[in-house]
Design a binder for this molecule. Structure first.
Ligand SMILES: Nc1ncnc2c1ncn2[C@@H]1O[C@H](COP(=O)(O)OP(=O)(O)OP(=O)(O)O)[C@@H](O)[C@H]1O
Ligand SMILES: [Mg+2]
Length: 135
C-alpha cells in the first residue's frame, strides 16, 4: 500500500498545504504525536527553504512500508542557486538571509533520516524520513 503525493512549493501558502498534508499522513500511518510534530516542523522548515532560498520547487511525500514499521519520506527539490558549503549551511546560526539559521540543522535533528545533496548553480534536494516504532 505504497503511496506518493507531489506538491508544488512556490509561495508561502504552499508551505501551509505541505504542513497539512504531512500531518494527515503522519496521523494515518500511526506516528506518535511527538514524531508527527517533529516531522511537520522539519517539513515546514525545508518547505520554507525551498521557497525562500531555492526560488520554488516541489515536495514529494511517500508512505513507505517495511516488514514491521511504516514511514513517511519527504523529498524537497528545487533548481535554485544551490549551496556551496553544505556543512556550513547545516551549522546553527548560519544564514545567508534574514533567518536565524536554524532550519536545516533543526530538520536533521528532528528526523530519523536526513540527506542533502546540493550543487551550486543546479539546485538542492533534501530527503527526510520518519519511522513508526517497530511492531
Ligand atoms: N533550498 C536551498 N537553496 C539554496 N540555499 C539554501 C537552501 N536551503 C538552505 N539554504 C542555505 O542554507 C542556509 C541555512 O539554512 P537554514 O534553513 O538553516 O537557515 P535560514 O533559512 O537562513 O534561516 P531560518 O532559521 O529562518 O530557517 C540558508 O541561509 C541558505 O543560504
Ligand atoms: Mg530556513
Amino acid at each position: 500500500m505504497d503511496k506518493t503525493v507531489e506538491l508544488p512549493l512556490r509561495a508561502q501558502e504552499d508551505v501551509v498545504s505541505v504542513r497539512q498534508t504531512v500531518r494527515s499522513h503522519a496521523v494515518a500511518i500511526g506516528l506518535s504525536l511527538v514524531d508527527q510534530t517533529k516531522l511537520v516542523t522539519a517539513a515546514s522548515e525545508l518547505a520554507r527553504n525551498t521557497v525562500i532560498h531555492g526560488g520554488g520547487g516541489t515536495a514529494k511525500l511517500e508512505v513507505i512500508q517495511e516488514a514491521n514499521r511504516r514511514g513517511i519520506r519527504l523529498t524537497f527539490e528545487d533548481h535554485g542557486p544551490g549551496i556551496r558549503d553544505v556543512e556550513q549551511a547545516l551549522k546553527d546560526g548560519y544564514s545567508t538571509g534574514n533567518g536565524l539559521g536554524l532550519g536545516l540543522g533543526g530538520a536533521r535533528r528532528l528526523t530519523n533520516e536526513f540527506a542533502i545533496e546540493s550543487k551550486p548553480g543546479a539546485g538542492t534536494r533534501v530527503v527526510i524520513t520518519q519511522w513508526t516504532k517497530k511492531s
